[in-house]
Design a protein around this ligand. Structure first.
Ligand SMILES: Nc1ncnc2c1ncn2[C@@H]1O[C@H](COP(=O)(O)OP(=O)(O)OP(=O)(O)O)[C@@H](O)[C@H]1O
Length: 286
């Protein structure tokens, strides 16, 4: 069965003015609809440039961007529809937050969509509760911490209920509690059928969170697949040059005779269960 794609690129080339190398270099990949996709890649590999193409802020000089099965044509009407369907959360919340308080900012897009005031209030309440922002609704944005600002920027995008949400480094600089709150919000929107795509340098997060992974290198797609395929072994991981997730590193450091034929565990709990089984099995043969 061919899996429906939420976002795809076919041979996309994009060169910023006055730069030597293209930022996107015949980039081709597909992100399955309904997936939780992590986009991995070194600094400068093209992740942010790709996201700007996905929302139509940048337009490829060659190739096509496909959203919901349709190649973008960049007509005014289509771009307006695209921005309702695809939400982008910037790495730096300062680029996104434009009003004075979280409540004003989160309701801004909804007001623009012509929604009635009681429905706007209910939607804002729901997303702010989901991201633990309820008590901060009227606080001046410039007094919020970075984690609170990042969650406010996400709330503004979630309120619009996009089909596809793209997040550029959503958990960078967050403490563990803020990261958990952010991931809880993403889980809730994913459960409703939204495709969630995040660019991240956090290999441990990508490893435990994603169900589809894309690896960019110099603006090209170096690898794409399920975490099991991408993180199939130490050599593959090292050849991608992005470092090993801790759990995969520990798993692959066990004797191969013990782990043969088994996929590496993706959460600490899964790791403990697999390890206990291996130890029990090994003990019964000794
Ligand atoms: N506005 C710009 N003008 C010129 N070059 C740019 C611009 N924005 C990005 N680039 C270049 O395009 C390439 C891809 O950058 P991009 O920001 O997409 O990478 P990234 O993978 O998101 O990086 P990071 O992990 O550091 O956020 C880099 O070589 C970068 O220097």
């Amino acid at each position: 069965m061919v899996q429906e794609s939420s976002l795809a690129c076919d041979g996309v080339v994009f060169h910023y003015p006055d730069t030597k190398e293209p930022a996107l270099h015949e980039l081709t990949f597909s992100i399955p609809a309904g997936s939780k996709t992590a986009v991995l890649g070194h600094n400068g590999s093209g992740k942010s440039t790709l996201f700007l193409h996905a929302v139509g802020i940048l337009r490829p000089q060659q190739g096509t961007v496909v959203q919901g099965g349709k190649a973008l044509s960049y007509s005014k009407k289509e771009l307006a529809a695209l921005r309702r369907k695809v939400g982008l959360v910037f790495q730096d919340p300062e680029q996104q937050l434009i009003l004075s308080t979280p409540l004003e900012d989160v309701s801004f897009g909804l007001r623009g969509s012509g929604m009635a005031e009681p429905a706007i209030a209910a939607r804002c309440r729901e997303v702010m509760e989901l991201l633990n922002l309820t008590d901060l609704g009227d606080k001046p944005i410039h007094q919020l911490s970075l984690g609170q600002k990042k969650r406010t920027a996400l709330a503004g995008v979630l309120a619009m209920e996009p089909e596809l949400i793209l997040l550029d480094e959503p958990t960078s600089y967050l403490d563990p509690l803020s990261e958990t709150q952010m991931l809880k919000g993403l889980e809730a929107i994913h459960d409703k059928g939204t495709t969630v795509v995040m660019a991240t340098h956090d290999m441990d997060l990508a490893y435990r969170w994603a169900d589809w992974i894309i690896v960019l290198e110099h603006g090209r797609c170096r690898a794409a697949g399920t975490p099991e395929e991408i993180f199939a072994g130490r050599e593959e991981l090292l050849s991608i040059g992005l470092g090993l997730p801790l759990l995969a590193d520990l798993w692959f450091s066990l004797p191969a005779s013990l782990t043969a034929g088994q996929s590496a565990p993706r959460t600490a709990d899964e790791f403990k269960v697999k390890l206990h089984k291996l130890l029990a099995l090994n003990h019964s043969y000794s």
